[in-house]
Ligand binder design. Structure first.
Ligand SMILES: [Zn+2]
Length: 141
């Protein structure tokens, strides 16, 4: 089943297969945030995917060598599915993207930064469970 995903660059709605990554906007060819799965963000796409996102973004800063980051990964996948279309769940590898990691002062990971209208509003440090993250971000429904 396809999910409507709004292009972070031009605002056009695209129908995207949630299981497929690497989809691009039909209008402007910008990479689309996939529906229902965490999006990979890099230094190059941070501006368009996070700062210019029309919906809130939960950005997870992680690294492959970080044990607690691996604990958080499946929880982020759950959040991405649960809040598909309402929140973009995104991941940034701090080793490959030092510029953004430094900008967000990621001294300790996992670090989750919640962006509303392109502004970081909450920072969650360390591994957390699903309900703890929801509570911290005021998402509880
Ligand atoms: Zn577009």
């Amino acid at each position: 089943m396809n999910t409507p995903v709004r292009c972070p660059v031009c605002g056009v709605l695209n129908n995207v297969d949630p299981g497929r990554s690497g989809a691009r906007c039909g209008a402007c060819r910008a990479p689309l945030p996939a529906g229902g799965v965490p999006v990979t963000v890099t230094d190059a796409s941070y501006q368009s995917l996070v700062l210019a996102s029309p919906v809130p973004v939960l950005l997870d800063l992680w690294a492959p060598w970080c044990g607690p980051c691996r604990t958080v990964a499946p929880i982020l996948e759950q959040l991405a599915r649960k809040y598909n279309g309402k929140i973009t769940v995104a991941k940034l590898n701090v080793d490959e993207n030092p510029e953004t990691a430094q900008r967000l002062e990621a001294r300790s990971i996992p670090l989750m930064v919640y962006f509303e209208n392109g502004v970081p509003s909450r920072r969650l440090v360390g591994a957390m469970g699903l309900s703890e993250i929801e509570r911290s971000l005021g998402l509880s429904i």
